[in-house]
Design a protein around this ligand. Structure first.
Ligand code: SF4
Length: 190
């Protein structure tokens, strides 16, 4: 499989505890046209923001850290608006690592079903968290976003109980010394 394609990314975080069960890498993709009112990540909307990265380089980085993480979470931005390279990326992760995959999308399952090749998604991810973010319906499970989002398990790797124990926010000190705040705005810890 060729991995000479690119993904436009907003940020890659190698180690996080508030974006899914256990210690995980997080990939925020750049670009989203869905405009959910109250979106807490508007800086990810521009299709020309962030950086365009080669899949091969991104995958090498993930393969290197894979022994020390449980999985990877893909968020955004809207990941499914880069569906073709995303499917290639996820196929490599599935074939060459033990990593679990959680995917956030603003699209509903009904919308996803209309996308070409979307049927491959269920083979390549463990959990799909789907639907527009709705600020007026906060989720008790805050890291999920809003209570209208639907959660779909495509493997036996995780259960709802696993998702309920994820911390709802964290502050990560980057190698550069900058602080990264990860979680729903306003950041709530519990
Ligand atoms: S799908 Fe996500 S990034 Fe896009 S507008 Fe909705 S909450 Fe924001």
């Amino acid at each position: 499989m060729s991995v000479a394609e690119t993904l436009r990314i907003h940020h890659f975080e190698p180690f996080s505890y508030s974006n899914g069960p256990g210690k995980r890498a997080v990939l925020w993709l750049q670009g989203c046209t869905l405009n959910c009112p109250g979106c807490f990540n508007p800086q990810t909307h521009s299709p020309t923001g962030g950086a365009s990265v080669q899949l091969s380089g991104l995958l090498s980085r993930i393969f290197r850290i894979s022994p020390s993480i449980e999985g990877i979470t893909i968020s955004g931005g809207e990941p499914l608006q880069q569906l073709r390279p995303l499917l290639r990326f996820l196929a490599e992760i599935r074939q060459k690592t033990h990593l679990s995959v959680i995917l956030f999308t603003g699209f509903t399952p009904e919308e996803i079903n209309t996308f070409p090749a979307s049927n491959k998604l269920s083979e390549l991810i463990d959990v799909l968290i789907a639907g527009r973010y709705d600020k007026s319906h906060p989720s008790e499970n805050l890291w999920i976003g809003s209570s209208n989002k639907t959660i779909h398990f495509f493997s036996s790797r995780y259960s709802m109980a696993d998702l309920l124990h994820v911390p709802t926010g964290e502050i990560i000190i980057e190698q550069s010394g900058e602080l990264l705040f990860s979680g729903i705005d306003p950041l709530i810890f519990r």
